[in-house]
Design a protein around this ligand. Structure first.
Ligand code: GCB
Length: 629
């Protein structure tokens, strides 16, 4: 019958069939791609007698999908004409044709799943896929996730071929959109750069952290552990809250430390939740000077028939604020350190373990005791190292470049993303003693996007919006401080919502160009005013000057190493003269990649005190002498 149709009728029929097929694929994908559940990322994959892990990082297959035909052409059934790509790593750095590509692309790998895993619950966990990801296993859809820099996981046991290789396919796209967090492609935004990110770092795309397959026991398992610590006189207390799945009725916590001592407590589950508090006599408190960690082993089931086990490390410490000071374990502490980025040549935003180790070594060398995970949560290994190395961390969500004008639908989408990030970040990082503060946003912009010209008023809607985010943080974790980092010229009302005032200032650089006297005068006045108004301690979470390595001047001049040193010294002196200052974080630890733009020579922000490949500028030696003597 088709043969009897005219060419026009055939063409029409083809269009109808193709539309129908596209519609069916969309409907079926809408039905089967569930959004990732943040509670599944609470416990990092762990190998022990009850659990198994397989790290899928290494060489994967990669293919761009600029026409977005992959799904209709079923690329999940095997990528044809693909090329190799390293995971973790940003795709923008690995090819000769990938730098500015932010569209759709596909990743694929195969992994053998041992038959011995059968009978356990199997999950796939992706450490970070920037920005939006859809996942298939053996050609079957398993789920989707939005937002980079935080992990997501799906249960995939039903799709596994036991004792065989299994295909994992991940589709990722990183379009810059005003509705996303961080925002991009904003009309009239402050950043005139290419690609058009509404923030000052390169919008790297791809699988940036490890991808894991892991198993947990089927009948009863530990779903989440939350640790809260406190102390009185010389006795510490570690409260361990355990959430389980399945039929375990009881369990045990064993805490090891203090040179071979063990402290134990039994617990019973009520509705799969339980908690036990263990006392530690002669407790060794965690601090940057002595980052002492206790080992916490949680076992569920009876002692004769244990069902699951999970181990982690914790430090006993408290964090609080007074009107003038930040207190660690009840004692004043001053944060010395940096705002940073996960950024390295060729790796892009991909986890690079040697760089991680080097960064801690260099931060220690300068005498720093703290850093902020600007402008997104860092790799989990980074956080574990902060616990071990004794760094105080301000853990920040990817909410950078938020603004409140324009499209209300987009505003609501961004707000929903901010809430998702808070849930995921706290779910993932809540047991790190190093994390002392959650930061819900960096430099949200007031109504007018140009802070130097625009309105400095905080609209009631924006205050309500931030209040909602702070409430969410406190609901998830009331043991730490919460803050947002304020932009120069931004509304003070937003700052007042924080437990501790955090501001970024660039007087002497973006205003008062080169004039450090005028800059520091204004800085001092502003700090005094803020403290008088809010009666809370203040941290300057960013201050710094672009510095081209090797550029010098007898009399300090912008862009020279001498000017950067003078700039940092002037700010530190202003802070030292004020007893309500609780910390100074230099921007930035190292130079980092940005989009191309007039004020970013070579697509690099040169405010690092180390170069992008971690060589010290003069300012690094200055900080070392200031912070270690
Ligand atoms: C800021 C931002 C940071 C930028 C920095 C700069 O205030 O928070 O992301 O990189 O200024 O160097 O302009």
């Amino acid at each position: 019958m088709v043969n009897s149709l005219t060419p026009d009728q055939k063409k029409f029929l083809r269009v109808v069939v193709s539309c129908l097929l596209t519609f069916m694929v969309k409907v079926s994908s809408a039905q089967t791609f569930t959004y990732a559940d943040p509670s599944l990322i609470a416990l990092y994959p762990q190998q022990n007698d009850f659990r198994n892990t397989l790290n899928l990082s290494g060489m994967w297959e990669f293919k761009k999908d600029s026409l977005e035909v992959g799904e209709t052409e079923n690329w999940q059934n095997g990528l044809e004409g693909a090329r190799s790509i390293a995971v973790p790593g940003s795709w923008n750095e690995q090819f000769a044709d990938g730098r500015n590509y932010l569209g759709m692309a596909w990743y694929e790998t195969e992994s053998y799943v041992p038959a011995s895993w059968q009978g356990q619950r199997i999950f796939l966990r992706v450490g970070s896929a920037n920005y939006a990801a859809k996942v298939w296993v053996n050609g079957q859809p398993v789920g989707r996730h939005e937002g980079g820099h935080l992990p997501f996981a799906f249960e995939i046991g039903k799709l596994i071929n036991w004792g065989e290789t299994n295909r994992v396919s991940i589709q990722i796209e990183n379009y810059l959109k005003p509705s996303r967090v961080p925002t991009g492609n904003v009309t009239g935004g402050p950043f005139q750069s290419f690609p058009k990110a509404n923030y000052d770092f390169f919008p790297y795309a791809g699988l940036h952290r490890d991808v894991w397959l892991y198993s947990i026991p089927n009948t009863a398992s530990i779903k989440d552990i939350t640790i809260k610590t406190d102390f009185e006189n010389t006795t510490g207390s570690i409260e361990v809250i355990v959430e389980s799945e399945g039929n375990a009725r009881q369990g045990k916590v064993v805490i090891s430390g203090n040179e071979g001592q063990q402290y134990e407590a039994d617990f019973r589950f009520v509705n799969n939740t339980s908690s036990a508090t263990v006392s530690i006599p002669d407790v060794r408190l965690w601090s940057p000077d002595d980052p002492y960690l206790y080992q916490v082993d949680v076992t569920i089931g009876s002692s004769r028939n244990p069902g699951d086990r999970y181990s982690l490390e914790t430090g006993v410490r408290t964090i609080s604020v007074t009107e003038n000071q930040l207190l660690l374990n009840g004692e004043p502490i001053f944060l010395k350190g940096f705002g940073k980025h996960e950024d390295f040549p060729i790796f892009g935003k991909g986890t690079a373990h040697p760089v991680m180790v080097k960064d801690y070594a260099l931060m220690k060398w300068t005498g720093a005791n703290s850093f902020r995970t600007s402008h997104y949560p860092y790799d989990e290994e980074y956080m574990r190292m902060a616990d071990r190395e004794g760094f105080l961390v301000i853990d920040e969500t990817p909410a950078v470049g938020l603004y409140f004008h324009g499209d209300t639908t987009e505003l609501a989408q961004r707000q929903a993303m901010c809430k998702q990030y808070i849930e995921e970040m706290i779910s993932r990082d809540k047991n790190h003693p190093s994390v002392i503060m959650w930061c819900i946003a960096n430099e949200p912009f007031p109504e007018s996007l140009n802070p130097s010209a625009g309105s400095r008023e905080a609209t009631p809607e924006s205050v309500a919006l931030f209040q909602e985010l702070f409430d969410l943080v406190k609901e998830k974790d009331d043991t730490r401080l919460a803050t947002l980092v304020g932009v120069m010229g931004g509304p003070a009302e937003w700052l007042g919502l924080s437990d501790i005032i955090c501001i970024n200032r660039y007087y002497g650089w973006y205003t008062h160009l080169g004039d450090m006297e005028g800059a520091t005068q204004l800085l001092g006045m502003e700090l005094d005013g803020l403290h008088q108004r809010f009666k809370k301690p203040i941290i300057i979470t960013e201050f710094g000057a672009d510095t081209y390595p090797g550029m010098h001047a007898v009399e300090p001049e912008m862009f020279t190493e001498e000017f950067q040193t003078q700039f940092i010294k002037a700010y530190l002196d202003v802070a030292d003269a004020r007893d309500y200052m609780a910390g100074m974080h230099v921007w930035a630890f190292s130079d980092f990649r940005t989009s191309q733009g007039l004020i970013r020579f070579g697509g690099v922000n040169y405010k690092g005190v180390f170069t992008r490949d971690r060589k010290p500028k003069v300012a690094a030696y200055f900080l070392r002498s200031r912070w270690t003597e």
